[in-house]
Design a protein around this ligand. Structure first.
Ligand code: IDP
Ligand code: MG
Length: 153
């Protein structure tokens, strides 16, 4: 089973969409292995968005990501990184397809509801960045056998 990092961004908290977004992951059959609220520091955001620090929009992104606490989640499932990125949709909410989280809830390139890790390698790095040992739980939901064939898990 693969794990991936999802961050519910401040606009999701402000717009009271937390429940609807989490509901999508649960209905899909993904497992919530870790979840907590935290206020992101400038330091952690500079690390997390290191590929964007030179971009002109970076100061605005920093401010937006620090506007309220965020909710960080460790989401688990078979091929979870690819499945969650697919559910997330394109970066710009106006271009994201209907049916995706960004496509259904966002009209913005910046205020785009969630972060989702983009590869198995970055998921491992990002989960270690936002979660401490003991905050991610290894349990098997009782309905596992109704969600996967036995040769898939
Ligand atoms: P991703 O979130 O789809 O992986 P990245 O390119 O990694 O996209 O960008 C990280 C975040 O930075 C985006 O989710 C978005 O909030 C913000 N961002 C990316 N490009 C722009 C832009 O052109 N203008 C404003 N914000 C942007
Ligand atoms: Mg990214």
């Amino acid at each position: 089973m693969e794990s991936t990092l999802v961050i519910l961004k401040p606009s999701t908290i402000q717009r009271a969409l937390v429940g609807q977004v989490i509901d999508r992951f649960q209905k899909k059959g993904l497992i919530i292995a870790g979840i907590k609220m935290m206020q992101l520091s400038e330091d952690i955001l500079r690390e997390h968005y290191a590929h964007l620090v030179e971009r002109p929009f970076f100061p605005g992104l920093l401010e937006s990501m620090r506007a309220t606490p965020v909710i960080v989640m460790c989401i688990k499932g078979k091929d979870a990184v690819e499945v969650v990125r697919g559910m997330t949709g394109a970066t710009n909410g106006r271009k994201a397809l209907p049916g995706t989280i960004r496509g259904d809830f966002s009209m913005s390139g910046q205020e785009n509801i969630i972060h989702a890790s983009d590869s198995v390698e970055s998921a491992a790095v990002e989960l270690a960045r936002f979660f401490s040992e003991g905050e991610i739980f290894d349990y098997v939901p009782a309905l596992m056998r109704s969600m996967y064939a036995s040769d898939e898990i």
